[in-house]
Write a protein that binds this ligand. Structure first.
Ligand SMILES: Nc1ncnc2c1ncn2[C@@H]1O[C@H](COP(=O)(O)OP(=O)(O)O)[C@@H](O)[C@H]1O
Ligand SMILES: [Mg+2]
Length: 416
């Protein structure tokens, strides 16, 4: 009888995948029926959306325990030793690590910092996988970019059928490019949030600077961390740092870093199941061409400065939690042509500061008004000028292959 119920609930969940209570109900029944393994993905889906859902956490723990009990146990279980200094990592009540690796990429790990219950302290991970708390809806404006991200990246990943169909063409990653402060990092994080994946943000400049002499090993370790945190968005920021350094110097350490990176990237889509690589650069023209070959970071997506509508959305985002009064965001959006998202954040910051200073001066707290924004507008200048100069030259003189057509079109349209 339960079987029938489980069957129809499964169909209902498939029909409305966003109905989380329904999912939890199904997971509960599955655990009750001794089918913990099947309950795990449901609990994981709910946790990806609502990491603090107690009910889901509890279910996940029970699902994993029941799953582990029904699975063959290797070795006898050691007694619990509270003196963690002397215990080995696998002596706890339940070996989460083994369960996760056994489940492979099919289930997101519950915790990703490598800690194990009751075990000895593991070495601190060199790279931190975090849970991205933002979604695409939090990114102001950028309608076109979001649409293209959805079509070319998110939709196929969300849909297992499509994923199977496209198979190999989903290898490789996506390279976001555009002027600084226009939301590339923000978007990458939001993509992780959409996928319910963990997020690792690493700047190539940092890798090169920090690990002279051992960067090869560290690039490998980075991808290992990503694999063990799958599903995971691995975000390689400042990708141009590596290209520049490679051509500017004959530093062999840099070359091995590039080669290691190429090796790891070529594994994406096969052994890197569940690792999605996104990269970003302000200067794609400086990126090592080897990194952009097919199967690597072969798709480029231009992330432009926000248009009027987007600027209004961004301003509203930044004013959401501030004490504001009668702010005409429409007018502000019109007055900030050429501002990047970061410039707008700075503007809002500056206006708040104005009101705060004033309140401190008078001893009476007051709201942030349009007058504060007028003062801020006189100070904050758009920061993307220098980038525009370079971009214009690239579009004019270095676009023989048409890879910067998007950029050229936008530059023409905005007559910059
Ligand atoms: N579209 C946007 N919506 C909301 N805030 C934005 C947007 N673009 C940029 N910002 C703000 O500017 C900051 C810098 O953006 P970021 O993503 O780091 O830019 P980039 O990586 O392109 O240099 C963000 O932390 C955010 O506060
Ligand atoms: Mg960035």
């Amino acid at each position: 009888m339960d079987e029938r119920l489980i069957e129809s609930l499964s169909a209902a969940v498939a029909a409305s995948p966003e109905d989380l209570p329904l999912r939890l109900h199904l997971a509960e029944l599955l655990v009750g029926a001794g089918r913990g393994a099947e309950a795990i993905p449901h609990a994981a889906t709910v946790l990806a959306r609502e990491p603090d859902n107690e009910n889901a956490r509890d279910l996940m723990a029970r699902a994993m325990t029941s799953h582990a009990e029904s699975a063959p146990v290797d070795g006898e279980s050691a007694s619990i030793d509270d003196d963690s200094a002397s215990t080995s990592a696998d002596s706890g009540v339940f070996d989460w690590g083994a369960a996760e690796s056994e489940l492979g990429g099919s289930v997101p790990p519950m915790f990703v910092d490598g800690d194990t219950d009751g075990g000895g302290a593991p070495p601190p991970p060199a790279y931190d996988a975090e849970r991205a708390g933002v979604r695409l809806a939090d990114v102001g404006g950028l309608k076109d970019v979001k649409k293209r991200l959805e079509a070319s990246f998110l939709a196929p990943l969300r849909n297992p059928e499509l994923r199977r169909l496209y198979g190999k063409s989903l290898r490789g990653g996506l390279l976001l490019y555009g002027p600084p402060g226009c939301g590339k990092t923000f978007l990458a994080k939001a993509v992780a949030g959409e996928l319910g994946a963990s997020f690792i943000h690493v700047s190539l400049a940092d890798i090169l600077d920090m690990y002279i002499g051992q960067s090869e090993r560290n690039v490998h370790e980075l991808f290992e961390t990503a694999r063990s945190s799958a599903p995971c968005v691995l975000f390689l920021d400042e990708l141009d740092a590596i290209g520049q350094k490679r051509s500017l110097s004959r530093n062999s350490g840099t070359r091995t870093t590039v080669n290691q990176l190429l090796t790891e990237l070529d594994g994406v889509g096969s052994e890197n199941e569940g690792v999605y690589v996104l990269a970003a650069t302000n200067h794609p023209w400086d990126v090592d061409p080897a990194l952009r070959r097919p199967g690597r970071l072969d798709r480029m997506l231009l992330v432009l400065p926000p248009d009027t509508e987007a600027r209004e959305a961004i301003l509203r985002t930044h004013l959401r939690d501030r004490p504001v009064e009668r702010i005409d965001t429409r007018k502000l959006a019109k007055a900030t042509d050429g501002f990047s998202g970061a410039d707008l954040a700075h503007l809002a910051e500056s206006a708040s500061e104005n009101a705060l200073m004033d309140s401190v001066g008078t001893g009476r707290a007051r709201m942030i008004t349009m007058a504060d924004f007028d003062a801020a507008l006189a100070e904050v200048r758009p920061s993307i000028g220098p980038w525009m100069e370079t971009a214009r030259n690239v579009a004019l003189y270095a676009n023989a292959s048409g890879e910067y057509d998007d950029l050229a079109k936008w530059l023409r349209k905005s007559r910059r």
